[in-house]
Design a protein around this ligand. Sequence first.
Ligand SMILES: C[S@@+](CC[C@H](N)C(=O)[O-])C[C@H]1O[C@@H](n2cnc3c(N)ncnc32)[C@H](O)[C@@H]1O
Length: 271
Amino acid sequence: MTHRLFEEKNHASIYQKYRMTPPVGVKEIVLQYLDKKKGPPHELAVDLGCGTGQNTRLLAPHFQEIVGIDVSENQLEEARAVPGFTNITYRAGTAEELPFPNGSVDLLTAASAAHWFDQERFLKEAERVLKPGGCMALLGYTNQFHFSYGTCGDRLDTIYNEVKDVLLPYTSGQIAVTNSKLQDLYEAIPFPDKERIDGIPGKMQMSVKRVMGLFESFSMYQTFLRKDPSAAEALIKSTTARFLKSMDVSSVDTMLEVSTLYYCVLACKPK
Ligand SMILES: C[S@@+](CC[C@H](N)C(=O)[O-])C[C@H]1O[C@@H](n2cnc3c(N)ncnc32)[C@H](O)[C@@H]1O
């Protein structure tokens, strides 16, 4: 079954505006792994579940060609609208049926996306399209975010945890898969050469407004919004007010620090 929780136009534009780009540290780990296991040339990278292209664009300086694949046309439309990346193309499709010949891909990535894939069919396709020595890098973060602003970080974390509780009934089972850091998928990867790196720090300065946009980008928030629009909008309004009050500021443009920890599942197809 293909999960279609990211299809709506408004959700795609929230994604483009507010979603975090993976930290440079993750990219370096992935490129070093590829260099160690396969080495040059770096011809083709494919970013699966690319969404609006945050991770796809990070790969642009390092490959001759990058293809971003996503099931959502609206997400792809946002990705294509970002100018200046002439070696990237975006194509509609699924991670379970890839439009590439056998043994043609150097690197397959999926950023915050592999938990939505059909594990068995995706792994079969990955094995088919990767070159010998080609690598996959499945990265993501759990839902443990921490907020810092003066001395009120703990208070902001508590508010965020309460938001998570409200969203719990609208949370897809697939979110537990990413919170497990893709444990089952990792175990099912058919290559003997695999590892999982954990605890890679991701820190960003964000305005209060952007933090709220990040919450709105969550699939569970969008499910809540579809089921009960006024309650969902009220949640963002009250959470904004609670953040501002805790921080003792009045502007939603006030910046705070948001941190999380990324993980990365790496695997290399035998040569
Ligand atoms: C949480 S978003 C991540 C987007 C982006 N990679 C990022 O880091 O922000 C997950 C994306 O995976 C896509 N997706 C879900 N299932 C998919 C599948 N089976 N094949 C390809 N894309 C899929 C969704 O449409 C969505 O855009």
